[in-house]
Design a protein around this ligand. Structure first.
Ligand code: FES
Length: 153
């Protein structure tokens, strides 16, 4: 007599668990970077060059005048987004714009680099983490000033 109602309750509990698991999977998927193709191993970069663009030395990245002294700029090397800063006049640094947290593209802000995905902030002059959740610095890319341009070194 009670069997049908017990089965019904068990069925509901089971269905509820599936729904919760589905919602959890949806949340995890939302945290993944779009199109990064990286399964969360980016925190262990260890100096790897997965985000370093493969171009010939001497490839122009941006005009020096496009980076304010004491400020930052965003550019691309090939298809790879990069960030540049000119901490002092004529001294330029360049970093991959791929966030070391989960691979979103980091934006150039006035005095730092900011990741909109989870709020990480990086020091413009060094690429070091100012604010997590990222724990590793942005990957540095060798550049130099050549005439009026910044080029790959
Ligand atoms: Fe999470 Fe940048 S991807 S803070």
């Amino acid at each position: 007599m009670n069997a049908p109602s017990t089965l019904t309750r068990r069925s509901l509990i089971t269905a509820g668990s599936v729904t919760v698991m589905g919602a959890g999977a949806l949340v995890l998927a939302a945290c993944s970077p779009a199109g990064a193709g990286n399964s969360g191993a980016s925190d262990s970069s260890g100096g790897g060059s997965a985000n370093t663009p493969k171009v010939d030395a001497g490839t122009e990245v941006v005009k020096l005048a496009d980076i304010p002294v004491g400020g930052t700029a965003a550019a691309k090397i090939g298809d790879a987004p990069v960030l540049l800063a000119q901490p002092t006049e004529g001294k330029v640094v360049c970093f991959s714009a791929i966030c070391t947290h989960q691979g979103c593209v980091v934006d150039a802000a006035a005095k730092e680099f900011d990741c909109a995905c989870h709020g990480s902030k990086f020091e413009a002059a060094t690429g070091k983490v100012l604010h997590g959740p990222a724990v590793n610095p942005l990957e540095k890319i060798a550049v130099k000033v050549s005439g009026d341009a910044v080029v790959t070194a």
